[in-house]
Design a protein around this ligand. Sequence first.
Ligand SMILES: Cc1cc2nc3c(=O)[nH]c(=O)nc-3n(C[C@H](O)[C@H](O)[C@H](O)COP(=O)(O)OP(=O)(O)OC[C@H]3O[C@@H](n4cnc5c(N)ncnc54)[C@H](O)[C@@H]3O)c2cc1C
Length: 454
Amino acid sequence: MTTVFWFRRDLRLGDNPALANAIEEALTTDGKKVVALFNIDAKVFDPASDKQKVYQNCSLTQLNKSLNGNLLIKSGAPEKVILEVAQKARATSVHISEDFEPYGRVRDDKVEAILKKNGIKLVRTGSPYAVSPLRVRKDDGTPYRVYTPFYRAWSAHGWRKPAVLPKEKPNWFLPMKSEALPQVAGEFEVINCGEEHALNIFEDFSKKGMRGYGENRNRPDLTGTSKLSFPLRFGEIHPRTILTQLGDSEDEETFRKEICWREFYADVLAHNPHSETISLNSTWEKMGWGNSKTHASELTKWKNGLTGYPIVDAGMRQLIETGWMHNRVRMIVGSFLVKDLHIHWREGAAWFMEHLIDGDIASNSHGWQWVAGCGTDAAPYFRIFNPITQALKFDPKGDYVRTWIKELSHITDGSVHEPWKHPLGHAHGYPEPMVDHATEREHALAMYEKIKKN
Ligand SMILES: Cc1cc2nc3c(=O)[nH]c(=O)nc-3n(C[C@H](O)[C@H](O)[C@H](O)COP(=O)(O)OP(=O)(O)OC[C@H]3O[C@@H](n4cnc5c(N)ncnc54)[C@H](O)[C@@H]3O)c2cc1C
């Protein structure tokens, strides 16, 4: 008998309880055969950003190496592919780590039903989270909608020790020829990826970056964050692997809290699948925000980093070039879109998903709603980021802005954040501010007052 392990957002061998389960089950049989499968599902693959596709190809290549070339890549609808592979391999079970995103849950239920009809079990073990979504609840059984009490309950719940694979190796088995990885257009390159690289990033960050993280994490001009979001997005490392190695220093506590934001948003999305695209607090949908039709030219300027506010434009250009943006800057550009340009957060979230390598529905949709003030907690609508004071505080010398905006590279100090005050601020084609922040702030507050009254 054979088992199938269906890789999805867990492109690693270590600390992978579902894989350990698939191997253990196979080892009880004569052939000890495990099929390691990755399905290219057009419904997931096509909408992904090109940069995400390139990263995934890199990660799958690394995974295939760790499996000695035994990764089976097969494209097609999962309901067909998983059954076909399982039948060809004469498998009695397919193992997965559970997906809690709206599409993944429906897909897995469909696959489970089809497998069951054919006498094959779908076995779910673990998830891409330290504590699986839907598990942490208030005493009355209802879900949390506020982060801090969730964090307390999540910490109290705790997590298992990292999973260890059985010592005995299974026979990796290819029941059919593997397909080539899909071609991705464009010139974007990923130099490093994969499980080993992820573990190295964490080790390096623990040694060199953790100390001071609490302060430095807000500074886009420094390398103050872990850059673990790509490995976490693709499951090259499990958050439990990270959490079990964290100590009790203040910086480590701050880092643990950041990992928990990811878990909190996954929990909120699992309870509220509609919140992928609709404000969690649906009253906010009546705000009268603009969209790609009503505000086409404003949206285009924002997307291309041509708003005339350097910190906003630097972030948007960093996103397009690298597929990543610093968290502080994500908040600043988000606030600018919703509260200065009065455009629906959904438009911003969609653009982020088109470009982010770490693009993750839960963290992205709820990160946006936090900024817009219509999501889980703490960020009241009237807290509006001022792009100039934020820039002066978190990029005091302007190094971050100069890295991404070549038209401003001749301004060598913090005055780069206000080019309109500088005699040569617009000398190399950098645009004038597209709106006046003070005026738009008042407009946003008036929109808010109106909705509050109604
Ligand atoms: C509008 C907006 C959209 C976002 N979209 C995404 C997204 O699609 N995918 C994504 O992974 N993160 C998203 N974030 C959260 C955050 O910006 C990134 O996780 C972070 O910038 C990744 O860099 P890092 O790994 O160096 O972070 P670090 O500061 O080193 O944090 C470590 C890890 O903690 C988690 N984390 C940190 N901050 C947050 C947060 N605010 N919300 C959820 N998880 C967090 C991430 O997994 C991150 O990798 C978004 C934030 C905002 C404001």
